[in-house]
Design a protein around this ligand. Structure first.
Ligand code: BDR
Ligand code: CA
Length: 328
């Protein structure tokens, strides 16, 4: 699955990031800028942790801070497919979405046109090469599919952070936040016929930064790493109730690292995945066909999604070394 390291780093693939910037989104964005394995050519924002407009502002400010102010950022969907945006998750990500950290305002503005329009434009420009990393609700990606039904053929791969295969949900007992925020869009994206990798809570809840890692970031000579360490202070506070100690799950950075082949999955069966769009207690659940669990996941008819259940190495050392490699 992995390309030879030198080839990947000398000739990084073009990436489109769809995000709801958010603290772990900010870490994923910094990772995608810092890694030599990705060429970030466009970013779309969607309402989730914060509104799509606030997410774009955070993204532009982070890009300026990290020395890449010219990467185009487009504002995407404010509301989910069926319903209205309910105000985000300030208790998790802070009122401004990045843990209350004040970044210097970028003078750059979002580009004209919506995030789905930017995605479709880039997919045509980099036909067969563009890779999507989707780390927010899937509203923009589903809209892009409606605008360009051939999108799956134009895209080399899509990596989605979301869902839960065997792990519990984090918004309801069974639903993960990105899928719960727009189950209809998630269902559309999971049903499309593309080269797709899902990075669910099963693997992100075991990829955790500890306080010692945060202290490492705070002591970094790189201002971007130090700001990320500060943001994590807020995120760690939220996770105390969940893990019983200050630490945080690295949902979005892990999806980004898997997408660029910075970390390799250890177990990632290709299985059928559907999303519950009913209005009962299952709403937003990823119904993953895990029945092959006891016999090594034999081929499943109609399966198209690779679901990452574990990774081959510990994630924090890779994340920290990438964020501190003098690439900002
Ligand atoms: C996902 O939800 C958001 O709060 C995070 O940024 C991540 O994308 C985890 O469930
Ligand atoms: Ca996110």
């Amino acid at each position: 699955m992995a390309e030879p390291e030198t080839m990947n780093q000398l000739n990084p693939a073009p990436f489109y990031l769809d995000c709801d910037t958010g603290i772990d989104d900010a870490l994923a964005l910094a990772y995608l800028i810092a890694t030599p394995r990705a060429n970030l050519v466009g970013i779309g924002t969607v309402s989730g942790n914060v509104s799509a407009a606030a997410g774009a502002r955070n993204t532009l400010d982070l890009l300026k801070f990290a020395g890449h102010p010219d990467i185009p950022v487009a504002i995407g969907a404010h509301d989910p497919q069926n319903g209205v945006f309910r105000g985000g998750a300030p208790h998790v990500h802070g009122d401004n979405g990045i843990g209350g950290v004040d970044l210097i305002r970028s003078q750059h503005q979002p580009v004209q046109g919506s995030a789905p329009e930017l995605l479709v434009q880039l997919a045509r420009e980099y036909a067969g090469e563009l890779r999507i990393v989707a780390i927010g609700p899937l509203t923009n990606i589903a809209e892009a599919l409606r605008m360009e039904p051939k999108l799956p053929e134009l895209i080399a791969e899509i990596t989605v952070m979301g869902g839960a295969a065997l792990a519990p949900g984090n918004i309801t007992p069974v639903a993960e936040a990105n899928f719960a925020n727009d189950p209809e869009a998630a269902a559309d994206v999971m049903a499309a016929d593309w080269n797709m990798t899902l990075v669910p809570l099963d693997v992100t809840m075991t990829s955790v930064l500890e306080e010692s890692h945060r202290q490492e970031l705070l002591a970094s000579p790189h201002p971007v790493s130090r700001a990320l360490g500060e943001m994590l202070g807020h995120y760690f506070g939220f996770y105390v109730e969940i893990f019983g100690r200050p630490c945080a799950a690295m949902h979005d950075p892990l999806a980004a690292a898997i997408a660029v082949r910075g970390v390799e999955p250890a177990l990632a069966p290709t299985i059928r995945v559907e999303v519950d769009t009913t209005s009962g207690p299952g709403r937003g659940q990823t119904v993953c066909d895990m029945r092959g669990l006891y016999v090594g996941y034999p081929d499943q008819r109609g399966a198209r999604c690779r679901v990452v259940l574990s990774i081959a190495e510990e994630f924090p050392p890779h994340l920290l070394s990438t964020l501190q490699a003098d690439r900002f």
